[in-house]
Design a protein. Structure first.
Length: 176
């Protein structure tokens, strides 16, 4: 989900040049602004595996480190080849799943939009993981994201505005 903040790219670029400490403080505050969202998602993720197929020691095991984490980065998101835009998007804060099992269980049953499973003979069909799990696809992440997005957006916008004002005050002090 995208939140548009006017001037964020320029603010981060300028802060890197003139006040790196303020930039680091801003990123920490942005992570703190999104942390309640990650906490809500983590509360929704069950501590025990939802189905017995996740009880093993492999890569897709339901381990204790299965959780949502908040990361900051400055990579441009993957480009949508169909989108026409003059804006340069910037992914600053990401809420990500740390562990394959949570990602698999979260989106199981969504499919890819094609009806290719009907063409497979019945003896070759795989079990449907989505039917074994409670609820529909996006069991853990998107429900909380959609519910909390207005609050997160308000906090992030306030943080950017406050840091921009602080940087402007610093510049005024230096110039006077």
């Amino acid at each position: 989900m995208t939140i548009k903040v006017e001037g964020l790219n320029e603010t981060l670029r300028d802060l890197r040049k003139i006040e790196p400490k303020l930039r680091r403080a801003m990123l920490k505050k942005m992570r703190d602004d999104v942390k309640p969202l990650a906490d809500a998602i983590n509360n929704r993720i069950p501590a025990t595996p939802p189905i017995r197929g996740f009880r093993h020691d492999g890569r897709t095991a339901w381990a204790t480190k299965q959780r949502a984490v908040v990361r900051t980065s400055f990579k441009k998101p993957k480009k949508d080849i169909n989108a026409v835009s003059t804006e340069i998007p910037l992914s600053v804060v990401k809420v990500m799943s740390q562990g394959a099992a949570v990602s698999i269980a979260d989106m199981a049953g969504k499919g890819n939009g094609r009806n290719d499973r009907r063409a497979v003979p019945p003896q070759m069909k795989r079990p449907n993981l989505g039917q074994d799990l409670p609820g529909g696809p996006s069991r853990y992440f998107w429900k909380d994201i959609e519910r909390m997005m207005p609050e997160v957006e308000r906090r992030l916008t306030e943080t950017v505005r406050d840091v921009t004002m602080e940087a402007n005050r610093e510049l005024m002090r230096v110039r006077l």
